[in-house]
Design a protein around this ligand. Sequence first.
Ligand SMILES: [Zn+2]
Ligand SMILES: [Zn+2]
Length: 310
Amino acid sequence: MVEKIELTFLGTGSAIPTARRNHPATLLKFKAENILVDCGEGTQRQFRQAKLNPCKVTKILISHWHGDHVLGLPGLLQTLNLNGYNGELIIYGPKGSKKAFQEMIAPYLGFYWDVNRKNAGNFNIVMKELGPGIFFDSDEFYLEAAEMTHNCPALAYSFVVKEKKRLDREKLAKMKIPNSPLVGELVKGKTVEINGKKVDGKKLMYVEPARKVTLLMDTSMNTNAVKLAKDSDVLISEATYSKEEQDIAKEHGHLTSVDAATIAKKAKVKALVLIHLSQRYEGIPKLILGEAKEVFSDVIIPEDLEGLEL
Ligand SMILES: [Zn+2]
Ligand SMILES: [Zn+2]
């Protein structure tokens, strides 16, 4: 069975929250992993509204240290501490993250945290500053960062579930191969004799393709974004402005609807999700959607707390 990647858009707004859209936060669930990307003010409450448990967060990825992306951290971390979160929580971010955390977040934690010490309340918070490249790699998935262009150090992230060889259980059943230690040999691609017949394990295996999700937060148009997003199944991108506001977008280091759609097209992604909409489009997200669709057809603008599975 394919393990799903579940995305929940906890906050789809930008610098100023609205009744409809909270500050940015996206949760990516895969098996026991709960990876939170950005943590705007009020994110822990968005978890509750979405009937998700913030205490299950395993990793936090910060795109950059503008308030709208991080001001939910003190409250979330306090809740984890009060609820007896055990183990180590690693917060990844761009260069300058340790200083930013120490100055912006630590004073509000309600428990001691120091950049040179690992101990923080009941659990360990570890800050890791990243450059571009793969920064986490397991048998099943890896995480990659790329540098973006904003008016402060900023990263975008990809989450990639590696391709996997699997045993075709249906074929196995059709061939009436019983469950036995020999099946383990087949999985290794070996040829074994079952019921007097030679069975080639390689012919019973199939490849489950890799799956990729890329999260592109605050940035202006750049080539790293296209490279990182290349062949993603889902690209979640900021689209702060309409194409009519191209100059403002550039000035503030943001993407327009058309910029995000152009990245999606160039990177040959399968689907595009637009978030981080400016409050000025509160009542008219269709304007942003329509503009993006002129460039890239498979695009959605989710509401807060909506999700997507792949
Ligand atoms: Zn922002
Ligand atoms: Zn920003």
